[in-house]
Design a protein around this ligand. Structure first.
Ligand code: MEV
Length: 312
């Protein structure tokens, strides 16, 4: 059996984070500049059924049986084996590496799960379909995030822009005119589970106020889809600004994110907003022109890194 590798990109949420957990639409895009990779090699001397997992960036170097049921890496491997009905696979070693910043709103957990499921299922001779890969990665997302919407595993699996509504079939759409995003990292890790949990607590306390904000965010995502389909990219910036203000009202922005958003706008970005769960993590800026200036401004305002990507 030859070695098999698989990879999956990061993701950025353009519109609709948090509201998407409550059934409103959201738009996400793959970010191919960074990715997670899983490599499976046969373990010639390993006893049948033995699996070794090595993920240096998260300090894992252990046999599968040593990882708890809640360990996301172990869960992705077990999910892939169970889906194939294989209990005693030929021994193999799995190495996982990633260039996606962790807990930064870029979907690193989902990308790692997708890469693992793809590599393990291909190694065992039955490559999983995208639908199966996404469903298995969703199960692992629940360990990471508690009540995920499923948007991260979906966009990361399919690797193209998606218009996503929870529990509905994936919808892809045409990007009429490609546009450039700059994605800037606050460097502050922000576990999605916590931000999502806080929004839920707020919603439980003030259901009417939160529902109105979710509805407004959903309307923006719907308008944004039409805007992208018709290529009116100017209008996209305004929608991003509106979406950011609503996320501030949900309490998921932070001084660092707001600082990056204002810096990007002042330097010429057409729109900017936090992206993902918020609090820390990343923000995105629509930089059709003045990309170099916006990048310099973001770094000067404290960004720990800036990724440039074209949505097409
Ligand atoms: C996280 O990338 C996006 C959130 O809306 C959570 C989710 O959709 O599961 C904050």
């Amino acid at each position: 059996m030859p070695a098999i590798s698989a990879s999956a990109p990061a993701k950025g949420i353009l519109f609709g984070e948090h509201a998407v957990v409550y059934g409103y639409p959201a738009i996400a895009v793959p970010v191919h500049q960074v990715s997670a990779r899983a490599v499976v090699t046969p373990w010639i001397k390993g006893a049948s059924g033995k699996i070794h997992i090595d993920a240096p960036q998260v300090g894992v170097d252990a046999d599968l049986e040593r990882l708890s049921q809640n360990d996301p890496l172990g869960a992705a491997v077990r999910g892939a084996l169970n889906a194939l009905g294989i209990q005693q696979p030929p021994a193999f070693k799995l190495r996982i590496t990633s260039t996606i910043p962790l807990a930064a709103g870029l979907g690193s957990g989902a990308a790692v799960s997708v890469a693992i499921v793809r590599a393990v299922s291909a190694f065992l001779g039955s490559p999983s379909s995208d639908e199966q890969v996404s469903a298995l990665a969703f199960e692992v997302e629940k360990l990471h995030h508690g009540t995920p919407s499923g948007i991260d595993n979906t966009v990361v699996t399919y690797g193209e822009p998606v218009y996503f509504v929870k529990d509905e079939a994936i919808q892809t759409f045409q990007v009429n005119k490609p546009f450039t995003l700059l994605i800037a990292d606050t460097g502050i890790p922000s576990p999605t589970r916590i931000a999502v949990g806080d929004v839920r607590a707020g919603f439980q306390q003030e259901p009417e106020r939160y529902k109105k904000i979710f509805e407004d965010i959903g309307d923006i995502a719907e308008k944004a889809r039409k805007t992208i389909e018709t290529g009116s990219n100017e209008a996209l910036g305004e929608l991003m600004d509106q979406n950011h203000s609503l996320l501030e009202k949900l309490g998921v922005s932070s001084p660092e994110l707001d600082k990056l958003v204002s810096a990007a706008k002042q330097a010429g970005a057409k729109g900017a907003k936090l992206s993902g769960a918020g609090r820390g993590g990343n923000m995105i800026a629509l930089a059709e022109e003045k990309q170099a200036e916006v990048k310099v401004a973001l770094l000067a305002a404290g960004a720990k890194g800036v990724i440039q990507t074209v949505v097409q």
